[in-house]
Design a protein around this ligand. Structure first.
Ligand code: NAD
Length: 732
């Protein structure tokens, strides 16, 4: 019998008679192995023991593995990361992990990490400290260093070891993006020595470990690099070129708002040609700085918001347990095979759901199918899917102009034209043809879900499921809970949203729901600024300098100026004067200048590529856009755009449209690309503080107009010295 010493939470060590030692991570208290302080302490002790026993000759090789299927080690404890406020404390946390991994690396016997599933952050760094790495062909098996996404860097030796193992260029690609590398790609990169079938590992793990460690050690570690690669990576001028290019890409992608990727580049540069110990010290100091930074705290906050949404049942706002289970959706109907319907059908088919598409026109069905096909083709060409998988997925979609097959559907998404009467008729027709238990969801972006429910005889089975355009790219789905929507309907639609890989945010019915209602006054303010003489670029640059992915005018071109105008009119009808459409938007929305889809809007386009602001816009539409430009300070433009959003957000929370400030922030980040490094619209607002916001709003109210009147709930926060997050916490 092997000699065993299992502690309570793992990792634990087994030593076989022939000198094979196996460290197994398998924490029974968690679904995935996390490198908590306790786990690291135990690992430290085990490595010390292994060193002594290796010297004594009774350990000849060490395998490190996980006892969890599909999961190796997911990294350090994010809770602990969040508690670090001081750079020195952060650097020390780096040194502590580095010391343990260095001891592992220096064991006088060979070591192998056996990666059978998700391997991230500190897990990948542990693997890098082993002499060999093998990966199984389990679909979840892959390595990543996603620290950059949390605003930090791999500080347990990862930033030091990775470039030394796989070369500078490949290492930067992983360090700067946090992407996961799997299978043969990992082998080709030199990140792992072998890819073994999971079944072999399940059946005779020890024989695999013995082969690698004792009998046939892999003959090389690291990447096989071409002559050209080596010429570039192994010379100082070549490395300088690579680093310069990488920095340029980072600046283009992040606008310099994210310190972590820039710091990673500096660390890699400064540690070149130095010893591992020196390099790791540089790494630890940088880790400490980043851990204590505000941006990292904001990104961690967003990470928690996403994690919470990932586990959402849709029923968090209920008091007490509901005992409700979501229904299984294996057959989905999509009515309306246009831009949105086609996208929804494609996504569902990709996730293994049978889809029946229905439209009133044959041509629309054909075009919906073509759209789905082109998205699958793109996935294949980008190696996200294999051709047979794409073909199978495509075969899951059928379409027609009748309701054939609707008698067995579990859920139907309606995505026909945005007209209440049409939608009511269509929903009634669908309701008559589907089983009583079938759930109906509308993809409306502006209409009242409750008004639609009035047409139905089973309104409890109905809710909104608001996808954003383009469906395959935009991560958010607003799940709209109507007055009559039942718990099981809500839970099923939330579960489906998650299965489709999207982020659900549950909202109440109300014009524009959350995202479009906040975007409305923001876009409209851009129109007002244009009318006052600000230039297109001044307006958009103020927004992008703040971190928005594109400016409001460029966004309107994407959405379609006609569509933005229509949404603006609906909000105006609902909320009155404060949403009165600005003259330029009202006038332009009625012209042929539709935005990207019409070949021109605020910008000129070559296909989908923006060529720059269109100078012909000035003085057009009967002077609604003035000819003469007037300089409006960037700070004012930015403040006006943001204040409009925050003021509306206060009203939305007060009306109970969304339950918490955190969910509103998540919706804006996922639905509009509101910059994650700011932590969210209301987290930003709380940092500025409601008192200051109210003062600023009053100034603009006096200077610009009554639409800036501070919302009553915001005034209340200011008066009571409260924040958004404290006043609208997440329901527990
Ligand atoms: P679209 O015009 O591309 O498609 C609508 C489709 O519905 C057309 O193919 C039309 O033939 C079909 N249709 C019309 N009447 C029908 C009927 N009685 N039965 C079956 N099919 C019928 O429109 P779209 O952009 O896909 O929008 C669809 C819905 O999604 C709208 O409610 C819209 O507000 C919403 N939405 C659109 C976007 C967007 O950006 N396009 C974003 C979010 C939500």
């Amino acid at each position: 019998m092997p000699d065993t010493n299992p502690p309570e939470r793992g990792p634990f060590l087994e030593i076989h008679r022939d000198g094979l030692a196996v460290i197994t991570f398998d924490d029974p208290t968690r679904g995935a192995n996390v490198l908590t302080e306790g786990v690291l302490r135990e690992l430290d002790r085990l490595v010390g023991e292994l060193a002594a026993r290796a010297r004594a000759g009774d350990v000849r090789g060490v395998a490190v593995r996980s006892g969890k299927v599909g999961s190796f080690i997911v990294g350090a404890d994010v809770e602990a990361i969040g508690r670090i406020e001081d750079p020195d404390q952060g650097a020390e946390a780096g040194r502590q992990g580095q010391r343990i991994y260095l001891a592992l690396e220096r064991l006088p016997v060979p070591t192998v990490a056996v990666i059978n599933g998700t391997c991230m952050g500190g897990g990948t760094e542990l693997a890098l400290a082993c002499r060999y790495r093998i990966l199984t062909d389990h679909p979840k098996a892959g390595l990543a260093l996603p620290e950059v996404q949390l605003g930090i860097l791999p500080g347990w030796g990862g930033t030091t070891r990775l470039p030394r193992l796989i070369g500078l260029r490949s290492a930067l690609d992983l360090l700067l993006t946090g992407k996961t590398v799997r299978g043969q790609r990992a082998r080709k990169l030199g990140l792992v020595e072998e890819v073994v079938p999971q079944t072999v590992l399940d059946e005779r793990p020890e024989s695999v470990f013995r082969r690698i460690l004792f009998d046939h050690p892999p003959d090389h570690t690291g990447a096989r690099r071409s002559f050209l690669q080596r010429a570039l990576e192994d010379t100082a001028p070549g490395r300088a070129v690579i680093l310069r290019e990488a920095r340029k890409t980072v600046m283009e992608k992040t606008g310099g708002h994210y310190p972590a990727p820039l710091r990673i580049l500096e660390v890699v540069r400064d540690s070149m040609g130095r010893s591992v110990e020196e390099s790791m010290e540089i790494e630890a100091v940088a880790l400490g700085e980043l851990l204590a930074s505000r941006v990292s705290k904001h990104l961690l906050h967003v990470f928690h918001l996403r994690e919470r949404a990932r586990k959402s049942t849709g029923l968090e706002a209920e008091t007490g347990p509901t005992g409700v289970q979501p229904r299984e959706v294996s057959e989905l109907g999509v009515v309306g095979a246009g831009v949105m319907g086609g996208g929804i059908a494609q996504l569902a088919a990709e996730k293994g759901i049978q889809v029946r598409m229905k439209d009133i026109q044959h041509e629309a069905v054909a075009s919906g199918l073509r759209h789905a096909r082109s998205l699958f083709d793109r996935s294949v060409s980008r190696h996200r899917m294999r051709e047979p998988e794409a073909r199978q997925a495509m075969e899951r979609i059928s379409g027609g102009v009748d309701y054939g097959g609707f008698g067995q559907l579990d859920l139907v998404v309606e995505a026909v034209v945005e007209r209440l009467d049409v939608k009511q008729t269509v929903l009634r027709e669908v309701e008559d043809r589907v089983p009583d238990s079938c759930i109906l969801a509308t993809n409306t972006s502006t209409l009242s879900v409750d008004a639609m429910a009035e047409a139905l005889s089973r309104p409890q089975n109905f809710c909104g499921m608001h996808f954003f355009n383009p469906v395959h790219k935009m991560p958010l789905v607003e799940v709209i809970r109507g007055e009559a929507t039942s718990h099981v309907t809500l839970a099923t639609v939330v579960a489906l949203t998650l299965r489709l890989g999207k982020v659900p945010v549950v909202v109440r019915n109300g014009p524009g729901f959350v995202v479009n209602r906040i975007l409305g006054p923001y876009l409209n303010e851009a129109g007002h600024l244009l009318a006052e003489g600000a230039s297109i670029e001044a307006i958009d640059e103020a927004a992008t300098a703040f971190g928005m992915p594109m400016g409001p005018l460029r966004l309107m071109d994407e959405v379609g100026i006609d569509i933005a105008r229509k949404a603006g009119q609906i909000l105006h009808e609902a909320f009155g004067d404060r949403m009165l459409p600005s003259a330029p938007l009202e006038a332009l929305g009625a012209t042929e200048r539709l935005g990207v889809k019409g070949g021109g809007g605020f910008y000129r386009y070559d296909g989908r590529k923006a060529l720059g602001p269109d100078p012909e816009l000035y003085g057009s539409v009967d002077g609604a856009v003035p000819t003469t430009r007037r300089e409006i300070p960037e700070a004012d433009i930015r403040a006006r755009l943001l204040l409009m959003m925050i003021n509306e957000a206060a009203r939305i929370l007060d009306e109970g449209i969304v339950a918490s400030a955190a969910e509103l922030d998540l919706a804006m980040i996922m639905g509009t690309g509101f910059p994650p490094f700011r932590g969210g619209l209301l987290r930003f607002a709380d940092e500025v503080h409601p008192r200051v916001l109210v003062e600023r709003l009053r100034e603009y109210q006096a200077e610009v107009g009554p639409r800036f009147a501070p919302a009553e709930p915001l005034v209340r926060l200011a008066r009571e010295d409260l924040t958004f997050y404290a006043s609208w916490p997440v329901p527990s």
